[in-house]
Ligand binder design. Structure first.
Ligand SMILES: [Zn+2]
Length: 691
C-alpha cells in the first residue's frame, strides 16, 4: 500500500510501474533497470558506462567511473586494484577489488520504483593509516546537447572555507540527470563535462577497520512545460526529482501534526530551577500552551537547566532528573504537553548559565582549535567544547542521552549547539579544525569526524526509540538536507522576526518554498517559525502581532505539518487569540493527512500575485490560496496531476471551505479553476469528486 507521500513522489517523477528491477547480462554489458532509469556497466571491471533516461529516451555515456583513496601512507587508484568479482542480483550490482593494503567493495543499488540509483564504496584497511581523501567516482559525461551545471546549496553558507552541498545537473532540451554525494561539505569538483565526486574524511583508521563511504546518487528527470532556466537555480523538474529522491531516502513523515512551542523563546526559564516558585511559573506557561492547543514543547533550557550537574557527571555516574525538574515534567504530562529533551553536543549550556565542556576528568577530550583560523569569528573564539570525533566521548554522550530518554518523560529529543561548543549562529557552517593529534581525526580537519559522530548519535536514538520525534536545530539546520537521516523535523533559519502577521505569513511561505525547491527538503521535514516576535528589551513585553492570525497560521499549516511557535506565555495574549490559535491547530490535526503532501502552485508569494499550495490524495484534497495584496485577485490552477497532484479522470466539485461562503463549481479533470481571493486573505478550497 502506497502512502500519500509515495503517491506524490510517484506523481512527480512519472511513470513508475511495478516492473522488477533486475540486472540483465548482454554481451559485455550488465544492466540495472527501473521504469525510468537504466544503468549499464562493464561486466569485467564493474564500472558504470552509461545512464539511460527512460523518461526522455536519452542516454548519457560515461567514461572514468573510477575510485581512488589517498591516505597518509599510500595512494590507491583504480589502476592499482584488481577486480576479483562482479556480481549481480535483483536491484544490485556489486564489485569486489583487491589490493595489498586495501579491500574495496563497490555496490550500485536501484529500487524498482525509483528514478535514482546509489553507489556505495566500502573500504577495508589492512594497516593503520590516516584517510585524507576519497574519490567515489570521476565520471565524464557525454550526450547530445548535454550541459553540466554545478548547483550549490543552501545559499546562506558564505563563510570562508565553507563549501556547501553540491548537486551536478546534466541538462538537455528534454530533461537530464543529477548526481552528487549525500553529505554536506563534500570536496567534489567539476571541469567541462567531468565531475569528481569526493570528500575528505580526515580520519584515522585501524588495521582491519571497515570504512563505509558516503553514498553517491545518480537520478534522471524529464522537463515539464514550466521549466524556464533561471541563473544559479535548479529547474522546476530538477527540484521535483531531487525532492522525490530525498523523500524516498529520508522516509515518509512518522508523526501527525506537531505544533511545538520553543520554551526558550516563550518566556520560560533559561537557567536552573532553584525554587518551587521557579517551577510553578513555568508550569503556568505549560497551561498557557495547552490552552492554545500547542501540545509539544522544546524544553526551555538544555538538560532541563541542570547545567552544573551535566558537566560534573563522571563516567560511572548515570544521568538522573532533578526533583524540581521532574515536577515540571509531571505537570507537562498532566497538561498533555509533550516535551522534547534538549541535549547539547559538547558543552553543558552553550548559551550561558555557566556552561562548560563535559568530563573535566578527561582534558584530552577537549577540542583544540587553531585560533588563527577563526580570527574574524568571535563566537568560535569564545567557544569551549569537547571534540566530537573521539569514540569514547561519543559513547559517553550517547549513553547519557539514552539515559535521559529512558526516564520516559520525553516523546521527543532535540540537539542544538555547534561543533565548537558554542551556541551556533552560523558558526556551524564553518568546518571545524581541531589540531589535537590524540583524537580519531587527523590533526587539522575534524569536520567529517564530528558530522559522523552526530549522525551515529541520531541513528542510535532512532534505533532505541523508534517512535521518538527527533528535532534538530544546529548543526543540521545549517548543514542541509543530507544531515537529516532519521530526523523528523529541522528548525527553520527564519528567526529574524517580523512586525505583522501578513508579512510573516508571506515570509513563512517564501522560506518554505526555498527549503523545498532550492535546498531539496521534503516539505514535512521543515518547521516554519510562527510569531517570531522578540522582546523589545529587558522587562518589556514582546510585540505581539495583532490581526490576521488566520493568515499566518494557514501559511504555516500549508507549509508543513510541523511548526515552531514563539509565544509570550508569561506576558500573555488576548483570550480570543488563544482560541483562534487552538481552532486552527485543531483544524490542522483533523486534516493532517492532507498536510503531509504538498504541491506548490506556480507563483511565489509576491505583491499582485496569488500563490498557494495543493494537498491532494487521489481524488480529494485541499488547496490553499494566499493574496498578500490590498485588492482582490484571481488565483488559478489546473485540475491535473502535474499541477496539483490530482488523479483523474472525472468531474470534480471545488468549494470554498474558508472563509465560509456558499461558493462552489463543478469542473472536469484538466480544466482550470479560477477563484477570486479577497484582499490580504488566506482562503481554503476543498476538492472532491462530483456526485
Ligand atoms: Zn579533535
Amino acid at each position: 500500500m502506497k502512502s500519500p507521500i509515495n503517491r506524490l513522489v510517484a506523481a512527480s517523477v512519472a511513470l513508475l510501474a511495478s516492473v522488477a528491477c533486475c540486472p540483465v547480462f548482454g554481451g559485455d554489458m550488465l544492466r540495472l533497470e527501473s521504469p525510468s532509469l537504466e544503468l549499464r556497466f562493464d561486466s569485467s571491471s564493474g564500472t558504470l558506462l552509461a545512464v539511460g533516461n527512460k523518461l526522455t529516451g536519452e542516454t548519457y555515456n560515461i567514461a572514468g567511473d573510477r575510485f581512488s583513496v589517498e591516505t597518509t601512507d599510500f595512494r590507491v587508484g583504480f589502476r592499482d586494484v584488481k577486480p576479483v568479482s562482479v556480481r549481480a542480483e535483483a536491484g544490485r550490482v556489486e564489485c569486489v577489488y583487491a589490493h595489498d593494503r586495501l579491500g574495496v567493495e563497490v555496490a550500485y543499488t536501484l529500487d524498482a520504483r525509483q528514478h535514482f540509483a546509489e553507489k556505495r564504496v566500502t573500504l577495508t584497511f589492512k594497516q593503520p593509516c590516516g584517510v585524507k581523501q576519497i574519490v567515489i567516482g570521476e565520471p565524464s559525461f557525454s550526450g547530445v546537447d548535454l550541459q553540466l551545471v554545478a548547483y550549490r546549496y543552501p545559499k546562506f553558507m558564505r563563510e570562508p572555507g565553507a563549501e556547501p552541498i553540491c548537486t551536478y545537473f546534466g541538462r538537455t532540451g528534454k530533461g537530464g540527470f543529477f548526481t552528487g554525494i549525500e553529505m554536506p561539505f563534500d570536496a567534489s569538483t567539476t571541469s567541462k563535462q567531468q565531475v569528481v565526486l569526493g570528500y575528505r574524511p580526515s580520519l584515522k583508521v585501524a588495521a582491519g577497520e571497515k570504512l563505509v563511504c558516503e553514498p553517491v546518487y545518480f537520478g534522471v528527470y524529464r522537463r515539464g512545460p514550466q521549466d524556464q532556466e533561471e541563473k544559479n537555480l535548479p529547474l522546476k523538474a530538477e527540484s521535483e526529482a531531487m525532492v522525490a529522491m530525498t523523500s524516498a531516502i529520508l522516509g515518509p513523515p512518522r508523526h501527525g501534526l506537531v505544533p511545538m512551542a520553543c520554551g526558550w523563546h516563550s518566556e520560560m526559564s533559561h537557567v536552573t530551577f532553584r525554587s518551587a516558585q521557579d517551577v510553578e511559573a513555568d508550569m503556568k506557561s505549560l497551561d498557557f500552551l495547552a490552552q492554545c492547543g500547542v501540545d509539544w514543547l522544546s524544553d526551555s533550557h538544555p538538560w532541563g537547566g541542570e547545567t552544573e550537574k551535566m558537566h560534573g557527571l563522571r563516567d560511572d555516574q548515570p544521568y538522573r532528573l532533578g526533583d524540581l525538574y521532574r515536577r515540571f515534567l509531571e505537570h507537562a504530562r498532566q497538561a498533555g504537553v509533550k516535551v522534547a529533551m534538549w541535549g547539547t553536543l559538547n558543552n553543558s549550556h552553550p548559551w550561558g548559565n555557566g556552561g562548560r565542556p563535559y568530563r573535566s576528568d578527561k582534558p584530552e577530550w577537549l577540542m583544540t582549535i587553531a585560533k588563527e583560523n577563526y580570527r574574524t569569528n568571535p563566537i568560535v573564539l569564545g567557544a569551549k567544547g569537547n571534540c566530537l570525533a573521539i569514540r569514547p566521548f561519543e559513547d559517553w554522550l550517547t549513553r547519557v542521552n539514552l539515559e535521559g530518554l529512558a526516564t520516559g518523560y520525553y516523546p521527543s529529543w532535540a540537539i542544538d549547539g555547534d561543533f565548537f561548543g558554542a551556541g551556533g549562529w552560523y558558526t556551524s557552517v564553518i568546518p571545524v579544525t581541531c589540531t589535537s593529534d590524540r583524537h580519531d581525526h587527523l590533526p587539522g580537519d575534524s569536520n567529517y569526524g564530528c558530522q559522523r559522530a552526530l549522525q551515529r548519535l541520531i541513528d542510535t536514538v532512532r534505533r532505541h526509540y523508534p517512535k521518538t520525534y527527533i528535532f534538530m536545530c544546529r548543526p543540521p539546520m545549517d548543514l542541509g538536507v543530507w544531515s537529516l537521516r532519521n530526523v523528523d523535523v529541522c528548525f527553520t533559519l527564519l528567526e529574524t522576526g517580523t512586525g505583522d502577521n501578513l508579512t510573516a505569513g508571506d515570509q513563512i511561505r517564501r522560506w518554505s518554498r526555498t527549503r523545498v525547491q532550492r535546498d531539496f527538503f521534503p516539505h514535512y521535514l521543515d518547521q516554519p517559525l510562527v510569531f517570531p516576535s522578540r522582546e523589545d528589551g529587558p522587562g518589556k513585553p514582546p510585540n505581539w502581532p495583532k490581526g490576521h492570525l488566520d493568515y499566518v497560521l494557514l501559511s504555516a499549516l500549508s507549509s508543513s505539518p510541523n511548526q515552531l511557535y514563539y509565544l509570550p506565555t508569561k506576558s500573555g495574549i488576548p483570550d480570543k487569540d488563544k482560541a483562534e490559535i487552538r481552532h486552527w491547530l485543531d483544524w490542522g490535526r483533523k486534516h493532517v493527512e492532507y498536510l503531509k503532501v504538498r504541491k506548490d502552485l506556480t507563483n511565489w508569494p509576491a505583491p499582485n500575485k496569488v500563490d498557494g499550495s495543493a494537498h491532494v490524495i487521489g481524488a480529494r484534497g485541499l488547496v490553499f490560496l494566499f493574496n498578500p495584496t490590498q485588492k482582490p485577485l484571481d488565483g488559478q490552477f489546473a485540475l491535473t496531476e502535474q499541477s496539483i497532484g490530482l488523479q483523474g479522470p472525472g468531474r470534480f466539485r471545488v468549494s470554498q471551505l474558508y472563509p465560509p461562503a456558499q461558493r462552489g463549481v463543478q469542473l472536469a479533470f484538466a480544466e482550470t479553476v479560477r477563484w477570486q481571493v479577497p484582499e490580504q486573505t488566506a482562503l481554503i478550497l476543498e476538492l472532491q469528486p462530483a456526485r
